[in-house]
Design a protein around this ligand. Structure first.
Ligand code: GLN
Length: 268
């Protein structure tokens, strides 16, 4: 009963919020149009979506000038929250804690997170929203250029990331330094403590321009790295929430908001 009331309340709140935001045009066409569409995940029943991220991964997430997490993913999940009629609270935490915090400290996580089979054992994923590839950041003048060149090298990574899994599991004889903050890995690259850093393409390009003249980012295609997909990590088994989030994502793509955010935060 309590659950029913909560769902009813959330539905009424959603509808009144959508009306307040401009009525018919702003409302997703299918809100409450059938009983199935009116289903609201229990996670959203309190009107708040608590989202975990690791704001050390520009341009997807970083601490903005206001001191609050900002970036493409943060803007995207806020836009999703608006579509769902809930407010979004962002918790900044270590990347490696995100998956295990879903369902307790946080409802969902958005963090440039790659869909992997191992993570799928603990969480579900939304539809994918961005393609990614690992890149290799090296000091200017480095001779590292192919996958075989990585063997035996000192490699910096962000702890618990797909870059970490490549360095730790796939590269022969690497000594891997794991950092909670990507920028600390890049600083150690600059001061010579590691030979390269394996990290996703867009952050690699941000660090390349931030530390221009000191480091360069090499395309992961040269290393035969596999293409990855980013998606929002969701509590396992909450099909209603997955459906609501996927629908919101579809609407943001259809109405141009998604492309606008790509242009604003990521560029070409
Ligand atoms: N895409 C990588 C992963 O999912 C890195 C994400 C990150 O560092 N925020 O492991």
């Amino acid at each position: 009963m309590k659950k029913f009331l909560a769902i009813l309340l959330a539905t009424v709140m959603t509808m009144s919020l959508l009306t307040a935001c401009g009525g018919k045009d702003a409302a997703p066409a299918d809100v409450a149009s059938s009983e199935a569409d009116a289903a609201v995940s229990e996670v959203l029943a309190d009107g708040v979506l608590t989202v975990g991220t690791n704001a050390e991964f520009p341009p997807f997430e970083y601490v903005g000038d206001s001191g609050e997490p900002d970036g493409f993913d943060v803007a995207l999940i806020k836009a999703i929250g608006e579509k769902l009629g809930v407010s979004v609270e962002v918790e900044n935490m270590e990347f490696d804690s995100l998956v295990s915090s879903i369902g307790n400290k946080i409802d969902v996580a958005i963090a440039g997170m790659t869909v992997t089979d191992e993570r799928k054992n603990s969480v579900d994923f939304s539809n994918s929203y961005y393609d990614a590839l690992q890149y290799v950041i090296v000091p200017e003048g480095s001779e590292i250029a192919t996958f075989d060149d990585l063997a035996g090298k000192a490699i910096g990574v962000q702890l618990g990331t797909t870059g970490d899994f490549i360095a730790s599991d796939d590269v022969d004889g690497a000594s891997v330094s794991q950092y909670n903050k990507a920028v600390d890995a890049v600083n150690d690259l600059i001061n010579g403590r590691v030979d390269c850093v394996i990290i996703d393409k867009n952050p690699a390009l941000v660090f390349e321009s931030k530390f221009a003249g000191q480091v360069k980012a090499i395309d992961g295609a040269q290393f035969d790295f596999e293409v990855e997909d980013y998606a929002i990590a969701l509590p396992k088994g909450d099909a209603v929430l997955a459906d609501q989030i996927n629908k919101a994502l579809d609407e943001l793509k259809a109405d141009g908001t998604f492309d606008k955010l790509v242009e604003e935060y990521i560029g070409q």
